[in-house]
Design a protein around this ligand. Sequence first.
Ligand code: SP5
Ligand code: ZN
Length: 370
Amino acid sequence: MRVVYSPAHLAHDTVTETVMGAVIPANEVPERAERIRSTLEADGGFAFGVPTEHGTKPILAIHDAGLLRFLEEAWPAARAQSIDRPNLIADTYPTFRMFEGMSPEFLASRPETSFAAGRAGWWGLDTANPLLAGTYAAARAAVDVALTTADLVLGGEGAAYGLCRPPGHHAARSMAGGYCFLNNAAIAAEAIVRATGERVAILDVDYHHGNGTQQIFWRRGDVLYVSLHADPERQYPFFLGRADETGEGEGSGANLNIPLPAGTGDVAYLEALDRGLAAIAETPGDVIVVSLGFDTYGHDPIGDFALTTPVYHECGRRTAALGRRLVILQEGGYHRPSLGANARAWLRGSEGRPYEPLPAGGFGELGSDR
Ligand code: SP5
Ligand code: ZN
């Protein structure tokens, strides 16, 4: 399988994030992508390539120009304002309740403020989104990785994998959040719709609900969004991801959320996956964009599912069994020692190669992961 990777992600060198106000070591770190890269390289069955630059046009087909401008300007602006921090994390966010009773017209006239931390709140969802000197270039490169992966599939590959970092599925049209700045999968899906004129399905198997992807395609009937994730009753992003969110207008019925309980294991997960795949099989289209996360893994530090490495092989196999072409894009997954083995298992499954577990103590297989 062809793999698209860019070293630009290394400069988005996150160190801390906050959880309930406490500063903790960052979960979404460069090591994640490097673990996956080295394991896939060692496998020998993956052919690596670099992304080609696609410019801002496909990004602006999905995102508000103001968000992109903010991401480009944020770090220099924080520096110019002498914000004495290694990264920019907002503390004040414009919740919709702040504007209760005010008209959409009046809201549209509200300025985003010129102060860097205020702007980070204006364009942000949460405090888990540290923005650094290298963030903008890394986010742009992750989009190019996604679009180049889509190009490979549009060019005839049955499946290709984009090692996107930072991830994307929490980023909405006008909002960064949840370690995500630009929605790589949504941008790729839109590019595929425009190139083919056909419907596209997005299968989101990250542990978290992809609120950004759902928001972007909420009223769109030409992009089916299917997501398996932790029930927002107990888990980030809390305010979206419930089963009764099915889309509106043209998009009515084109959004399927499958929230799952804590402790979800291999068998229950495969049942849920089959439900999601069945929904995709019922809608026309030839391409699936997979938002692939491994925070469903049993040892993930921020998840509470119980998946094992071999089930990722089966997930890849069942997804490919729909017979559609796959644009597979990396999202989350924070148990670093297992990331390579889990990605390798999923991707091998999706191209019909046997699982062939890595030797214990090899590339982070269970048994050497503590
Ligand atoms: C792409 C992606 O996976 N983003 C995830 C963003 C999650 N942000 C909130 C993290 C909340 C961490 N809760 C820690 C619980 C520890 N038991
Ligand atoms: Zn996640």
